[in-house]
Design a protein around this ligand. Structure first.
Ligand code: ADP
Ligand code: MG
Length: 288
């Protein structure tokens, strides 16, 4: 695996800290997210949950791509409503499916990520991006559409970093990638978080995501059902039984024996770094 000194800082002024209280969002009259309360602290936070849970909807609502209700504070200031203003406040989204311009070169795609800044600064950031993603420098003139899935995802992440975000949101960056590329992508997100950009990542790759993340939330049917430090979540019954397969579950009590039953922490207990998911502490019980 490639390794180099992280240098993603690109003028980030302070570590982004997002506080979300009573968030609701959906499509027209169809409310997907109801009364979500969560906190995205500096570091790497992962959002887990089954298909259709509302993970993408959450990222869209935080990016201003769909209307939202409730309160969202970025470093204690109300988050604007319009996407362009949210971007200017330092939030960037790498959407599902990458959305590169396939007929444009890697360099041209990256330059689009820096469209808000003056040319000299854009050139500086491009050089920075090529330092951070050396594989892309070799491919600077290649058409994005001719690259592998993993390489394209790397371009998408590098393009988002061109806006020098304080908070980077990624929607399933490892979707459809070979295992080695998944590892490389997740290692990149870890380095981005370590160098000062707060990262909020939606991932289906539960085990690997929890291995690189600091904290996690589990979203099911538009509601948060669990949260906690990533290491504790990885050991929790909720995650082991519902997401890591029956073979990974080592139940310690009779109530955990039924595979379809998980224990969930009440949303009121969120957000916090307390070990909410330690066996025996959970209060709610629910059937998937
Ligand atoms: N553009 C849309 N219009 C209407 N409903 C949508 C739209 N996008 C997603 N949904 C619905 O919202 C729910 C949550 O979807 P989504 O946030 O994409 O879930 P996830 O990303 O967790 O798989 C699903 O029931 C989905 O069908
Ligand atoms: Mg999704």
């Amino acid at each position: 695996m490639m390794w180099y000194a992280p240098s993603f800082v690109l003028g980030a002024s302070s570590h982004a800290h997002l506080k979300v209280q009573g968030l609701s969002a959906g499509y027209g009259a169809f409310l997907v997210l109801r009364d979500l309360t969560l906190e995205i602290k500096p570091g790497l936070t992962v959002i887990l949950g089954p298909n259709g849970a509302g993970k993408t909807t959450l990222l869209k609502a935080l990016s201003g791509l769909i209307p939202r209700g409730g309160e969202v504070l970025l470093n204690d200031q109300a988050l604007p409503v319009k996407t362009s203003e949210i971007v200017q406040r330092g939030m960037a989204l790498v959407a599902e499916g990458r959305q590169l311009f396939p007929q444009m070169t890697v360099t041209e795609n990256l330059e689009l990520g820096g469209w808000l800044v003056a040319k000299a600064e854009r050139t500086r950031r491009l050089e920075q991006a090529f330092n951070d993603f050396p594989k892309l420098r070799e491919r600077a003139q290649q058409l994005a559409g001719t690259m592998s899935g993993g390489e394209q995802q790397m371009v998408a992440v590098a393009r988002a970093m061109m806006s020098a975000p304080r908070l980077l949101m990624l929607d399933e960056p490892s979707l459809g990638l070979a295992p080695r590329m998944v590892d490389e992508l997740l290692a990149i997100t870890r380095r981005i978080a370590d160098s000062g950009t707060t990262v909020l990542m939606v991932e289906q790759n539960v085990k690997k995501a929890l291995a690189v993340a600091d904290r996690g939330y589990v979203l099911e049917r538009g509601t948060l059902v669990a949260s906690g430090p990533a290491a504790l979540l990885a050991r929790s019954t909720v995650i082991r039984e519902a997401y890591l397969g029956a073979g990974a579950a080592v139940s310690t009590t009779a109530t955990h024996a039924a595979k379809t039953t998980v224990r969930a922490e009440p949303v009121e207990a969120l957000p916090s770094d307390r070990p909410e998911l330690v066996e025996g502490q959970a209060q709610g019980e629910r059937t998937l």
